[in-house]
Write a protein that binds this ligand. Structure first.
Ligand code: ME8
Length: 514
């Protein structure tokens, strides 16, 4: 990643099971992907951001049956619902992939054919305990008192003849991949995977004979493809793998998958092995983030303790939720989702720090400069320590943020940005523009007011990926056009803010909560 070069950037979310509606856990991963996509578009990269739905699963079939619907009709309705919800929540995905779509089915067939030709698919009798909630076979060590700890259900004993994938063959290559560079992040989770690989990988079942809902296995259509073998392929079917699309060569080498820790193993072990078998390079990176809990319990549809991101956003504002989830939880760690903490952040960071800065600054511009951004005196600025510090701090943020995004350090990015916001509030307290006005110190007043506005413009650009609606609202108040169309590197330089443009006092950005 480089600020001076136009790169390709491919970011994906898991494709979610659509037996129910999105909850705040799904929203977390999807929002993070949205933030990265927006940041990379802003710095000029060519971005492809994909999310979608995992439809060929037993739990989706069960949900359709429960709703007395045909699964095709059910998945059509639910996939539209998910897509609409993401749009409503301002998620800027470029492509929505469904595993019941033609391009996906063809991609699954193509990849399976490659693995089969390589001699990596074979048939054998298998008996195991299957959890429909996880959509996987569990081992004894996964169970707690015979129960799946995530779904609190007893797995079914299944005995059938299945097709298997020779995962064990890729043991050494996977170990090498895992140990080379930053394929699997964060490091702690990567180390768990290294331990897992050390314990000898077992071949995995990739078909089901007793299930009828799914993609038929081309080598034996009495079977359907196991939902995970099918689902992982979405990441390349979205790029047109079935027809060797140009997108595949542009975006696949830079693919980054964001996933929760629950499905990290599928993505860092099964998926690269499938690709290696088919002669496709593994993705560039997989990041496994932590989980939100409520009272220490995983939020999940099956446990019935979900928080709906739409109603949350309607109450607090979409960008408030984005800010909160990114600021509160270091990406990668688990955390309890707490409404009182959210409200604290709203009142403190958003209303008191950011809202107040914008409000008092636009007020001062209107009172002391006829609502126009004044001409700064660059000589005076150069010799004023407080002003040059504000400039330097702002300029330093540019590289800090860039490194932060590459390392998924969203919480640190926001902390640094908020320190900057606080320092501008302090700059105002220290320079006291109202005194400068009273004492008729014209060029000082004009330069200080200019610097405040320049820093606000910088804050808008820096804030945009995480809080796009609020950043644009502020940018509108200082009359600077559309952030996403700006030339980021030019507009983050000090003195890039045009003078003599008008500033309006806008609506209150963070009104008091009821
Ligand atoms: O696993 N906290 O789909 P899924 C944080 N279809 N993130 C959470 C979360 C929580 N409490 N709960 C869910 C599947 N997530 C498969 C994926 S991909 C080829 C196939 C997020 O609907 C997190 O990203 O169960 C997690 O990995 C994902 O939702 C699981 O979604």
């Amino acid at each position: 990643m480089s600020l001076n070069k136009r790169d390709f950037f491919y970011i994906t979310t898991p494709i979610y099971y659509i037996n129910d509606e999105p909850h705040v856990g799904h929203y977390y991963t999807t929002t993070t992907a949205d933030i990265l996509a927006r940041y990379h578009r802003l710095i000029g990269d060519d971005v492809f951001f994909v999310t979608g739905t995992d439809e060929n699963s037993q739990k989706v079939l069960q949900a359709a049956e429960k709703a007395s619907m045909d699964p095709v009709q059910f998945t059509d309705i639910m996939a539209k619902k998910w897509e609409k919800t993401w749009k409503k929540l301002n998620i800027s995905f470029d492509f929505f992939i469904r595993t019941t779509s033609k391009e996906h089915i063809q991609s699954v067939e193509k990849l399976l054919k490659q693995c089969h030709e390589k001699g990596d698919i074979y048939k054998k009798e298998y008996e195991g305990l299957y959890c429909i909630g996880c959509e996987k076979f569990l081992t004894d060590s996964d169970l707690v008192d015979g129960i799946c700890p995530d779904h609190k259900t007893k797995p079914q004993l299944l005995k059938e003849e299945n097709y298997f994938f020779r995962l064990s063959k890729y043991q050494d290559q996977l170990m090498e991949l895992m140990r080379s560079g930053d394929f699997a992040l964060p490091e702690a989770r990567r180390n768990e995977m290294i331990e897992f690989i050390k314990n000898q990988l077992q071949d995995i079942s990739i078909s089901r004979a007793t299930v009828k809902w799914g993609i038929p296995l081309s080598i034996d259509p009495t079977h359907v493809v196991y939902v995970w073998f099918d689902a992982l392929i979405n990441y390349i079917s979205a790029l047109g793998y079935h027809e060797d699309n140009k997108k595949m060569s542009q975006f696949w080498p830079v693919a980054i998958h964001l996933v929760g820790k629950d499905i990290y193993r599928f993505h860092t072990i099964m998926w690269p092995a499938m690709l290696l078998s088919a002669g496709v390079k593994p993705p560039k990176q997989v990041f496994g983030h932590g989980f939100f809990t409520i009272n220490g319990e995983k939020i999940s549809k099956s446990l019935g303790n979900v928080i709906d991101p739409v109603s949350l956003s309607e109450k607090y504002g979409i960008d408030t939720i984005r800010y909160f989830i990114m600021r509160e939880i270091p990406f990668g760690k688990d955390s309890d989702f707490s409404i009182p903490r959210l409200e604290q952040r709203y009142k403190g960071d958003l209303a008191d720090d950011l809202g107040n800065l914008i409000n008092r600054s636009t007020n001062m511009l209107n009172k002391f400069s006829q609502g126009m951004i004044p001409e700064p005196d660059k000589e005076w600025h150069k010799n004023d320590k407080k002003s040059t510090k504000v400039q330097k701090d702002g300029e330093n943020l540019l590289n800090f943020l860039d490194k932060g995004y590459a390392r998924f350090e969203f919480s640190q990015i926001l902390e640094a940005l908020w320190n900057y916001i606080k320092s501008i509030n302090k700059y105002i307290d220290d320079t006291k523009p109202w005194v400068l006005k009273k004492e008729n110190r014209g060029k000082e007043l004009e330069t200080v007011l200019y610097n405040i506005m320049q820093s606000i413009s910088l804050i808008c650009l820096f804030l945009y990926p995480i809080m796009p609606i609020i950043a644009q609202k502020i940018y509108d108040q200082i009359n600077q056009g559309e952030i996403h169309k700006e030339k980021y590197l030019e507009k983050t330089k000090w003195f890039s803010l045009p003078t003599k443009t008008s500033v309006k006092k806008g609506e209150i950005l963070f009104p008091p909560l009821d």
